[in-house]
Design a protein around this ligand. Structure first.
Ligand SMILES: *[C@@H]1O[C@H](CO)[C@@H](O)[C@H](O)[C@H]1NC(C)=O
Ligand SMILES: *[C@@H]1O[C@H](CO)[C@@H](O)[C@H](O)[C@H]1NC(C)=O
Ligand SMILES: *[C@@H]1O[C@H](CO)[C@@H](O)[C@H](O)[C@H]1NC(C)=O
Ligand SMILES: [Cu+2]
Ligand SMILES: [Zn+2]
Length: 237
């Protein structure tokens, strides 16, 4: 309780100074130190085990989403499986992701497929119960933290590394426990001049989905090694 009282003025100070939480500091000022303490407190209270694991794994968090085909899809649609892996250094690191998906039609498809974080980690009605886009800041698509954009398959696969993502594994807006949906169509990125475009990018049917959960680093280490070095270095949003 005393700690909370002590930290509260610090929070107000952060706001009035307008320092965005995602700025990576070169050295830690007292303000950033307070931000870290708030993050620490939040994590240790709400996710004590996750917090312990973080400290044990060199302050880097990992998460995984094991992609399964939408069970309500017509049989002639692609049966997409695979996983999306996440890595993020605590507390100031930006989220990195590896997308490894299989089951698209063979050949190179020049039309993209949209991938997003959706609101609910509920697949009780397969991908239909995942809800709409996860939208904690009440903004229009494609400004949602989990709007990962369009992905292009080659030889039936999507293999892609992305870094500097705005979604996060930490704090009140963690994507852990939310879902990922792989869509049939291209994301119009809000340029479709209709209401749906600003909600979901008119990305069409849900081909496959999964729930994001914490993980150890093993899968990241394995999959990351499969991404060609020159594709890894490129920083993509
Ligand atoms: C922990 O981080 C340090 C410095 O970033 C690195 O040299 C070391 O290999 C890491 N250890 C593990 C177990 O990942
Ligand atoms: C990372 O993303 C932010 C916006 O979220 C952008 O301002 C910044 O330039 C990006 N950094 C790199 C290295 O691409
Ligand atoms: C290419 O992708 C689009 C969706 O973005 C899909 O509708 C179309 O069937 C795909 N074409 C092939 C040949 O796979
Ligand atoms: Cu979506
Ligand atoms: Zn969106």
């Amino acid at each position: 309780m005393f700690l909370l009282l002590f930290l509260a003025p610090g929070l107000i100070l952060c706001d009035s100074d307008g320092i965005p939480a995602d700025v990576q500091p070169l050295d830690q000022s007292p303000l950033e130190d307070i931000q870290k303490k708030v993050n620490d407190l939040w994590l240790s209270l709400l996710y004590p085990q996750f917090y312990e694991e973080l400290l044990a794994t060199n302050q880097t968090a990992y998460a995984v989403c094991v992609v399964k085909p939408n069970t309500k899809l017509d049989a002639d649609k692609p049966q997409v499986t695979g996983h999306v892996l996440f890595k993020q250094a605590y507390p100031y690191g930006k989220l990195e992701a590896v997308f490894y998906l299989d089951g698209f039609p063979a050949g190179t498809n020049l039309s993209g497929r949209a991938i997003h974080v959706h609101q609910h980690g509920d697949l009780s009605d397969s991908c239909d119960s995942a809800g709409g886009h996860y939208n904690p800041f009440k903004v229009n698509h494609p400004k949602h933290p989990g709007d990962f954009g369009n992905f292009y398959s080659k030889g039936g696969k999507i293999i892609k590394y992305k870094s500097n993502l705005t979604a996060t594994l930490f704090g009140p807006h963690t994507i852990i426990g939310r879902s990922i949906v792989i869509h049939e169509q291209e994301d119009d990125l809000g340029k479709g001049s209709n209401k749906a475009s600003l909600e979901n990018g008119n990305a069409g049917k849900r081909l496959a989905c999964c729930v994001i959960g914490t993980s150890n680093k093993n899968q990241w280490a394995n999959q990351f090694a499969e991404i060609p070095a020159k594709r890894r270095k490129r920083i993509t949003k």
